[in-house]
Design a binder for this molecule. Structure first.
Ligand SMILES: NC(=[NH2+])NCCC[C@H](N)C(=O)O
Length: 415
């Protein structure tokens, strides 16, 4: 039994424990022409990003949450168990698309030589360039000496700048987590960092896994919303396929380890970067209030998957309705209030949506973290009597994710 068991039965119950990743070297270790390869779209001022991130962490601490860092948990797991180091490096290497197979042992040797666990985690995140490899040693083949046409400062392992979005590689659901198969290979490499500490860290070993990250279908945590103890909502999005939700629901309903979830709403959202995840278009801020991105919620197609009466049975109903109707069904609240990003003004909505105006992190019912820069949306939330914890956001917002994306709750009070 884990010392710090996962316990997440809602989006809004008082936040008690949360996992973050403080951005490090990986956020700055890129040339402009490598942004897209690393799946990030701008140059960051790293020290400011770190200051903003520390301010975010402090807000969470001040509101009573224990803040844990993925990079520390993984290093601690490796210190506690040599097997954790091997398991991590095996999976990391299997997923790092090193451009030439001959370079793989050199990359592995370089990582193996890093003794300090925390240094190893930081290096694994920051990536590696050809000139860091010892090309002159080992069997001298032409391909190795030439580095397969790579320039000395080309990546042999890409940097992982999106890793401060701890929301996406896994999802806490009830007493366990789903380990995801992420849509972009560049981000899928974040999953082993979590999987390893959840498997080996003395505080988390034994955590049930509801989804296997080696499954074929993609799913990301931004699409997974915990509605209540028995109900989950999952976006069918560009990054999360219906087949993944099917498997997740079956595992939750009928898997070996018991879960309290008996109903999963799968909600179809438009494909696109401004609607990348369900939490990009909609987050819960109170028992009866959600933020929404205007314009996508009038007519939606959704499915309800329910645990059937007989073992292994899953019943599926098709639902058509507005987002409001579907959220009312899921929450059981009669009149859900949708608060529009940008106050419904199309220009403000689009601008603030771009900076994750709808992506809030509830730290208690009616109390949410928001980005400072989304002034129009924040004024609307304030008028609706929502208590706002303002997160500085000049740098962090460049990654196209908000406070919810930057946090993975591990424990919340029941509501
Ligand atoms: N849960 C979220 N909405 N995460 C936002 C992730 C943003 C990141 N740049 C990506 O594209 O993957």
């Amino acid at each position: 039994m884990a010392n710090k068991p996962i316990h997440v039965t809602s989006e809004i119950g008082a936040l008690q424990r949360v996992v973050l990743h403080r951005p490090g070297r990986e956020l700055a270790n890129m040339k402009a022409d490598e942004f897209e390869k690393c799946w990030i779209h701008d140059a960051f001022y790293l020290e400011y990003a770190q200051e903003e991130h520390d301010a975010f962490a402090n807000i969470l601490r001040e509101s009573g949450a224990e803040v844990l860092y993925m990079e520390e948990l993984l290093a601690e797991a490796m210190d506690a168990h040599p097997a954790a180091r091997t398991a991590f490096l095996d999976e990391y290497m299997a997923q790092a698309p090193v451009p030439d197979p001959q370079l793989v042992p050199l990359v592995r040797a370089k990582l193996d030589a890093i003794e300090d666990s925390r240094d190893l985690v930081d290096k694994a995140l920051a990536g590696m360039r050809l000139h860091e490899l010892d090309l002159a040693h080992g069997p001298r083949t032409l391909a190795r000496l030439e580095g397969d046409g790579l320039a000395p400062d080309d990546f042999v392992v890409y940097s992982m700048p999106s890793s401060y979005f701890s929301r996406d590689p896994i999802a806490s659901i009830g007493t366990g987590v789903a380990l995801h198969r992420m849509y972009y290979n560049q981000r899928n490499r974040e999953v082993p960092f979590y999987k390893t500490f959840l498997t080996y860290h003395p505080d988390f070993a034994g955590t049930p896994f509801w989804y296997d990250n080696h499954s074929a279908a993609h799913i990301e945590g931004g699409d997974v919303l915990n509605i209540n103890e028995t109900t989950l909502a999952v976006g069918i999005s560009e990054r999360t396929e219906a087949a993944a939700i099917d498997t997740l629901a079956r595992n939750l309903f009928w898997g070996e380890q018991p879960s309290a979830i008996d109903t999963v709403y799968a909600i179809k959202i438009p494909f696109g970067y401004e609607t990348m995840h369900l939490d990009t278009v909609c987050t819960q801020i109170d028992y009866d209030k959600f933020t929404v991105y205007p314009g996508m919620y009038d007519a939606l197609h959704a499915y309800r998957l329910r645990k059937g009466d007989n073992p292994g049975e899953v019943a599926v109903d098709e639902l058509d309705g507005s987002l409001k109707e579907i959220l009312q069904m899921a929450t059981g609240v009669d009149d859900v209030m949708l608060i529009e990003c940008g106050g419904g003004d199309p220009v403000e909505a689009s601008r603030e949506q771009w900076n994750d105006g709808s992506n809030t992190l509830a730290i208690a019912p009616g109390k949410v973290c928001v980005y400072e820069r989304n002034v129009v949306t924040n004024a609307v939330l304030d008028r609706a009597d929502i208590e706002l914890c303002i997160v500085p956001s000049e740098e962090l917002s460049r990654g196209r994710g908000g406070p919810r994306c930057m946090s993975m709750p591990f424990a919340r009070a029941d509501i």
